[in-house]
Design a protein around this ligand. Structure first.
Ligand code: NAI
Ligand code: BUO
Length: 260
């Protein structure tokens, strides 16, 4: 029987929402976790909860839009936790940006975090995997909004389509190094980001919050909003050994958002 080896994962945007659920789930799966977030307070709170529950976690402050900051976060993870096997490039921004009102600043900010953060996370992880002398798993956050156009989300959706393309390309580039690269595409998940998008949509139409959420939730096949833990369960599969022969894929969570 194969010996269970303790593995190490870094999760960006781990301080709240989907990233927090991923940190907690991968800890339950036996990973040591670096909870990496722009917000050190929330990262520390998530790491403390994991440690209080018998896991091993450290908080790491990172700005994923800043290449040096991402490399430093990955280096700190390896120094503190002894290894690195998985990076989850989860941090993202999702503002509503009606097409005629997109500004240069909005476009730059969202692309720097969502797309830049994915490039830098991939590069920093590859450097660490090479130095450690083994392969690894890179997991990127796309979205159902990276499969189909969503109203008012031209900037965000553009980044999430880009992340699918980067995932496919990196999978081919990195396969010779024993590194797999996959993405997860959540539907509509109960997190602060999604609440913000629904509120902004409602405000722009002069309608209540529930109407704003319904614009995104009406096509969900399973007829309920996704919990962050639903997404974390899929990421658990991508981070674990059962997905070893899978690369370049974008795992769609609630296909109904896409196939309706
Ligand atoms: N909530 C949803 O319905 C969906 C979310 N997603 C994706 O899942 C990922 C997580 O989303 P949520 O948990 O909903 O978001 P959220 O807004 O609730 O949490 C995002 C986390 O990322 C951190 N963050 C933001 N900018 C950062 C930066 N520059 N450097 C480091 N950390 C930064 C924030 O501090 C926060 O803790 C995002 O990539 C998002 O695009 C995809 C599909 C649906
Ligand atoms: C936030 C998001 O990814 C949506 C609406 O698909």
């Amino acid at each position: 029987m194969e010996q269970k080896q303790i593995k190490v994962a870094i999760v960006t945007g781990g301080g709240q929402g989907i990233g927090e659920a991923i940190c907690k789930r991968l800890s339950q799966d036996g990973f040591k976790i670096a909870v990496a977030d722009f917000n050190l307070d929330t990262a520390t709170s998530v790491a403390n909860t994991i440690n209080d529950n018998g896991g091993q976690a450290i908080p790491v402050q990172v700005d994923v839009a800043d290449r040096e900051s991402v490399f430093a976060a990955v280096e700190k993870t390896v120094e503190s936790l002894g290894d690195l096997h998985v990076i989850v490039n989860n941090a993202g921004l999702g503002p509503q940006t009606p097409i005629e009102e997109i500004t240069y600043e909005q476009y730059r900010k969202v692309y720097d975090v969502n797309v830049g953060g994915t490039y830098w996370g991939i590069q920093a992880a590859v450097k660490a995997f090479k130095e450690l002398g083994h392969g690894g798993k890179i997991i990127n956050a796309s979205s159902q909004a990276g499969q189909v156009g969503n109203p008012g989300l031209a900037v965000y959706g553009g980044t999430k389509f880009a992340i699918r393309g980067i995932t496919q390309t990196a999978a081919k580039d990195l396969a010779p190094l024993g590194i797999t690269v996959n993405a997860y595409c959540p539907g509509i998940v109960k997190t602060p980001m999604m609440m913000g998008i629904a509120q902004q949509t409602a405000d722009e139409a002069g309608k209540p919050f529930e109407w704003g959420m319904e614009q995104f939730a009406k096509d969900i096949t399973l007829k309920r909003l996704s919990e962050p833990e639903d997404v974390a369960a899929c990421v658990s599969y991508l981070a674990g050994p059962d997905s070893n022969y899978m690369t370049g894929q974008a795992l769609i969570i609630d296909g109904g958002m896409v196939f309706n």
